[in-house]
Design a protein around this ligand. Structure first.
Ligand SMILES: [Zn+2]
Length: 239
């Protein structure tokens, strides 16, 4: 994984680019601040302004090193110089929920003896879920984590991305906590960690807030047993 432009410049929501590959309904561009999604997190959405108008980008489809920016119009063909615009509200909504999923993950890991994440999904509509490798515990104990998660929003903890040696990280217990969603190391052997000040450090390639105070209140929804070792916690923002 190369370091994404959106990781280097998290506040970049508009920039120029050149189309480098084109097919009906999708293009690849010379540079893109879109987040491609991954690890259960949906990609950014936005628009591409081209000579003939403005096209809505509904998702990114990575194919090797090529990121296809997929249009809502499946037959649209676009070429030349363009302006990329990221939907900032969508980015914030996904980044907020994703950041709070780190916080929830930290509390589950701490309270339930190193329970690992087996799956995650962060949607564009402000809902999401995480699956944990948990067996014989009462769902009310999981639901009770809603309070501590919201306390973290109230405390306003700084959230920072740091890069560490991937091999060293692999030998640090608890750092790569997810069995399915940890990002591969960068080309130069570095692993991206998300550090929530004083609370949690976790390998992740997604989008995050800069401070937990930016999140809306967090609600835990339905909790389901999905097989013997799998507990699914659904969550969303408060209305
Ligand atoms: Zn993350």
């Amino acid at each position: 994984m190369a370091i994404y432009l959106c990781h280097e410049q998290p506040d970049l929501y508009e920039h120029d680019a050149t189309i480098v590959a084109s097919r009906p309904g999708a293009v690849a561009v010379s540079r893109s601040a879109f987040h491609p999604g991954g690890g259960g997190q949906v990609s950014d959405v936005g628009t591409i302004e081209h000579a003939g108008g403005e096209a809505a980008v509904v998702r990114i489809e990575p194919e090797g090193d090529v990121w296809w920016h997929v249009f809502d119009d499946e037959s649209l063909e676009v070429d030349g110089e363009v302006t990329i615009r990221i939907d900032a509200e969508h980015r914030l909504r996904v980044a907020s929920l994703h950041t709070m999923s780190h916080v929830l993950n930290a509390f589950v890991f701490e309270e339930f003896e190193g329970s690992l994440v087996t799956g995650a999904q962060i949607n564009g509509d402000g809902t999401g879920r995480m699956d944990f490798d948990l067996t014989a515990i009462d769902n009310d104990r999981l639901r009770a984590l809603e309070g501590p998660v919201n306390d973290v929003i109230g405390r306003g903890l700084a959230v920072e991305a740091v890069y560490v040696d991937a091999e060293e990280a692999a030998n640090t217990p608890g750092l790569v906590r997810s069995m399915s969603v940890a990002p591969p190391p960068t080309d130069d052997g570095l692993l991206r960690l998300i550090d929530i000040d004083g609370l949690d450090r976790q390998a992740c390639g997604g989008t995050h807030l800069a401070n937990t105070a930016e999140s809306r209140p967090f609600r835990i929804g339905k909790i389901e047993n999905k097989g013997k070792h799998n507990r699914r916690i659904r969550f969303r923002f408060a209305d």
